[in-house]
Design a binder for this molecule. Structure first.
Ligand SMILES: *Cc1c(COP(=O)(O)O)cnc(C)c1O
Length: 464
């Protein structure tokens, strides 16, 4: 055994490469990396057959440097979304408008009037910054913002149906993803689930029969992420509104994706609008702010003064409240909606969903050109027309036309290629389709193309 021939940790630390990192890295990180690199070399040597030469000093130093670099990178970092899915929950859903980014930076850096009324100098409400805008944009009497739409549901159910029954159609007992299931959140809110109808058919009479002295509220859920076809029936919103009024029970509608404008303009339809629901008399709606709205993670509740006042009075509201950075981002995003004609430019989510396919195609061409003919051949790269989804559990049936650069690596190592691209300094996320890795340009900004191409080139050059 030649374990003794391994260099001491100090020799690694004193190497030129590691010494060069002292300004960038805390000493503790350097020491741990050096120790781990030596330990790794020792483990390899112990496993190796007798007579095999120990790892060289250079290779251990290289390993230590790699460990330091990996350790210095933030864990939460930006990635290039080449999946084509605009609202990718694993990639953080909506990216913020420049205005929202500026508002967040400013609110983070300096003191704000978060809970202070500047006119009177007395304590104010953090909701005061958003409520007027939400009232204006939604046509609601009052509004409240909480941590996300799941929190909005939890708060509403707890406020109006704790120890009482919440009536929901069996066709709407959905799972949204990330283990958000309507029946479970309902139970945790202290409400008793009263299911009505069947999976495929629910009638007004089903609701009517279920309403009684124990009823706390009716809940209507937009089945965002799936669609039912065939022998189906559901109750019209207006009929449910009338029934709830007549029976004097609250109706909550979970709108889901929170589109503030009609996406039919961009060939996408099927998402309910909060404004429309409120206009048709729904007393309380809730929806996400980081889906089609294109803002930060938050849940918006809007409706009658009475309903929102009850929500506010629930101590749970304090536990679910949003911080100043979210408020800053949301206010700035909502302000952009005052000018609907410019949303395609101002809100990235809408820009990406609404961009004409020819522009996406032009970006795919740019990527191919930048790769160059030789590399393109080596990678089996070509431009392909494709379709992608909206994501975020919105518009499950909608297909967005797009263009991608498809890579078909030699010997079918498509998983390895996808992984190398993910793990690089500029992580690139694509999607694998029939043995190819598609880099979909719909979700790649023009400013990201150079980094995208550099990542592909790097992976190609690292190939043994
Ligand atoms: C997305 C969604 C939710 C959950 O919203 P979050 O903001 O992710 O908490 C709830 N209900 C519906 C109908 C949804 O589409």
């Amino acid at each position: 055994m030649s374990l003794r021939s391994l260099p001491p940790v100090n020799a690694i630390l004193e190497s030129a490469e590691m010494s060069a990192l002292v300004d960038e890295s805390p000493r503790s990180v350097l020491v741990v990396a050096a120790r781990e690199a030596v330990a790794q070399a020792r483990a390899e040597l112990t496993r190796a057959k007798p007579g095999i030469a120990p790892p060289s000093l250079e290779s251990i130093v290289r390993d230590a440097v790699r460990r330091v670099r990996a350790e210095l990178r933030p864990s939460l970092r930006s990635v290039i979304n080449a999946t084509g899915v605009v609202l990718h929950t694993n990639l953080g859903r909506a990216i913020l408008a420049d205005e929202a980014v500026r508002a967040v930076t400013e609110a983070a850096r300096r003191y704000t009037n978060l809970e202070l009324c500047l006119e009177t100098g007395s304590r104010g409400s953090r909701m005061a910054h958003l409520e007027p805008l939400l009232r204006e944009l939604l046509g609601a009497e009052a509004a409240l913002v909480v941590n996300n739409n799941a929190a909005a549901m939890l708060l509403a159910l707890n406020t109006f149906a704790a120890g009482r029954e919440a009536v929901v159609s069996r066709g709407q007992l959905v799972e949204i993803g990330g283990s958000f299931r309507i029946p479970e959140i309902l139970e945790r809110a202290g409400a008793l689930l009263r299911e009505v109808g069947t999976t495929n058919k629910t009638r007004l009479a089903d609701y009517e029969r279920a309403i009684g002295p124990k009823t706390g509220m009716l809940v209507r859920v937009h089945p965002s992420n799936f669609a039912m076809v065939g022998f189906t029936q559901d109750v019209e919103r207006e009929d449910l509104v009338r029934l709830a009024r007549r029976k004097r029970v609250l109706l909550l509608e979970d709108i889901g994706s929170g589109a503030l404008v009609d996406f039919a303009r961009w060939g996408l339809s099927g998402e309910p609008l909060a404004r429309e629901a409120l206009g048709q008399g729904v007393p309380l709606v809730c929806f996400s702010a980081d889906k089609l709205l294109g803002g930060p993670q938050a849940g918006i509740l809007a409706g009658t003064k009475r309903a929102v006042a009850a929500l506010r009075a629930n101590p749970m509201a304090r536990a679910l409240r949003v911080d100043k950075l979210t408020l800053a981002a949301l206010e700035a995003t909502l302000r952009l909606y005052r000018d609907p004609a410019s949303l395609e430019r101002s809100v990235p989510t809408i820009r990406m969903l609404g961009e004409p396919v020819a522009a996406v195609r032009a970006r795919a061409r740019r990527v191919l050109r930048a790769l160059g003919a030789d590399r393109a051949v080596k990678l089996g790269a070509e431009m392909v027309a494709c379709t992608t989804e909206v994501g975020g559990g919105a518009m499950p049936l909608a297909r967005v036309q797009s263009y991608a650069v498809a890579l078909r690596p030699a010997r079918g190592k498509v998983d390895a290629l996808a992984r190398s691209l993910r793990e690089g300094p500029d992580a690139v996320l694509g999607r694998i389709e029939s043995g190819r890795l598609l880099l979909d340009l719909r979700t790649v900004a023009p400013g990201e193309i150079v980094a995208l191409v550099a990542s592909v080139v790097r992976v190609l050059e690292e190939e043994p």
